[in-house]
Write a protein that binds this ligand. Structure first.
Ligand code: BTN
Length: 261
């Protein structure tokens, strides 16, 4: 009887394959459909446009042609609690891919939980979704959007794109191939060594560490000094009374931009 190969120790380079589309509703949704139809660990789904691009927290992701929209379908075979680490792995791979284009690498930063910043403005975002199909081990989709050619106006956190930031302009397709190259390396390292290397590299380019931040949570705001991220990917804030607080999900803003009414 054929047995299903465990992906726990496999090298993603052997499993990687690219599926390209002119338009999809959402590359994350296409990855989910692929998983429901039997799945394919290592499938990379790239679309030139999305008609229903999805952002975090139920928001829409405006997806005009010229920007990068890609999702990777994975079945890591790791405990569910560790799967959120993949959004940090993805952010590190995205930063490494973009560093070749941005002469001063310190202009690129990761912002907790899932954003890529250029010059302190949002250049891209990551949407990580996981789900179970039948009796299989959980699937994860990591979706990455990078603003290459345009960005949405009037966003709560200011946005940018590579074109406006005066970066040497290359196509979304070239950024995709560089990103995939770095993602394979970062994923394989995570698979073998765990979260420590990606966490360290993420913190090296992290925005807002040591700064007073406000985390917007479903049940109210909480403010404190950002001190790092935990092994489970939560943001560690030091509150005014000195106590540590773990923020598991939400959005963060610099305290000075919060309007007190
Ligand atoms: C966010 O910052 O809110 C996350 C945005 C994630 C957007 C990407 S684009 C490719 C993939 N497909 C989607 O529908 N969303 C993600």
């Amino acid at each position: 009887m054929a047995t299903k190969k465990s992906k726990t120790n496999s090298n993603l380079l052997n499993d990687y394959h690219l599926l390209s589309f002119d338009e999809l509703d959402s590359t994350n949704e296409e990855a989910r459909r692929l998983a429901n139809g039997g799945g394919c660990h290592g499938a990379v789904i790239w679309a030139k446009r999305q008609s229903e691009g999805k952002g975090r927290l139920g928001r829409a992701w405006i997806s005009s042609e010229g920007n990068l929209f890609v999702s990777i379908l994975l079945q890591p075979g790791k405990p569910p609690a560790e799967l959120c680490q993949l959004s940090f792995v993805t952010a590190v791979a995205a930063i490494e891919a973009l560093e070749a284009l941005v002469p001063d690498a310190s202009r690129l930063q990761c912002k907790w939980p899932n954003d890529i910043l250029l010059d302190g403005r949002k250049l891209g975002g990551i949407l990580l979704e996981s789900f179970q199909c039948k009796n299989a081990s959980p699937w994860v989709v990591v979706g990455l959007g990078i603003n290459v050619d345009s960005f949405p106006p009037r966003t709560e956190f200011p946005a940018t794109c590579l074109k406006d930031a005066g970066v040497e302009l290359v196509s979304a397709k070239i950024i995709l191939s560089r990103f995939i190259h770095h993602f394979i390396d970062c994923y394989n390292e995570w698979n073998v060594k765990g979260f420590t290397p990606a966490r360290k590299r993420w913190l090296q380019s992290a925005w807002g560490m040591g700064r007073r931040l406000c985390a917007r949570l479903p049940d109210g705001n909480i403010e404190g000094i950002a001190e790092g991220i935990d092994a489970d990917g939560s943001l560690l804030l030091k509150l005014a009374d000195g106590k540590k607080h773990q923020v598991h999900a939400g959005d963060v803003f610099p305290m000075e931009t919060i309007l007190v009414v």
